[in-house]
Design a protein. Structure first.
Length: 226
């Protein structure tokens, strides 16, 4: 190939990357600014009547965060770590046309909601929760290998006192922790929990290493996205 041909291909690649970058930027901006129907919050509050309006707003923020990391995940499966946010997601799906329109603008595709048990393999579910941890940490500027706090999607169920929620602890060996002997180890995420969306990302999608693996016992399931 001639030098001029190589230059031409490089220019085409740069143009393609520019359009791709602008598209992703527009999608993320759309997610951050999208106004979810107040009916979603009302449905969540009906299931969990102890929640205040400020707490419902936090649930909606968690839902926004989930769609954000699904966008970052490049079409691979991302687990839903929170029970209360999953309820909000399910209620949003019931608004069929608005949900379809949202997915098209935010993700460029429809994001399905599938039980973890219906996933093709257990490994797929395991990868989904690892990916959710990694991307949620990246969004909150947390090192997933040595976290000093939990990202919202992994802390919200405990924070809001969701009885059937998923509880995570930074240090499962800390006997002073209220979740000692209960819940999931954030530092040892290697199994399925919650629900998932069919998106995801390779391990290089964040600036941090995977930080997942180790003891996979004591982890539970729920539902997921396909």
């Amino acid at each position: 190939m001639s030098f001029d041909g190589i230059i031409f291909l490089l220019i085409l690649a740069l143009i393609a990357y520019f359009f791709y970058w602008n598209k992703k930027k527009a999608q993320l901006a759309f997610i951050e600014k999208y106004r979810f129907s107040s009916s979603i919050g009302k449905k969540v509050q009906k299931k969990y009547p102890h929640l205040t309006q400020d707490q419902i707003d936090l649930v909606i923020k968690g839902l926004r965060d989930y769609f954000y990391i699904c966008n970052k995940a490049k079409r691979r499966m991302v687990a839903m770590p929170s029970q209360v946010v999953d309820v909000a997601w399910h209620e949003f799906i019931l608004f069929t046309r608005p949900y379809q329109a949202f997915c098209k603008k935010a993700l460029g595709r429809f994001l399905h909601h599938t039980p973890t048990e219906a996933m093709r393999t257990a490994t797929l579910a395991q990868d989904g929760i690892k990916r959710a941890w990694r991307l949620a940490c990246a969004k909150s500027n947390i090192n997933p290998s040595t976290p000093t706090r939990l990202p919202l999607l992994f802390s919200i169920d405990s924070l809001l006192g969701i009885e059937d929620g998923f509880k995570y602890s930074l240090d499962c060996k800390d006997k002073s922790s209220p979740f000692y002997g209960d819940g999931y180890c954030a530092g040892h995420i290697g199994c399925a929990s919650g629900c998932a969306g069919d998106s995801g990302a390779p391990s290089s999608s964040s600036g941090f290493s995977d930080g997942c693996g180790g003891d996979t016992s004591g982890c539970g399931g729920g539902c997921g996205g396909d």
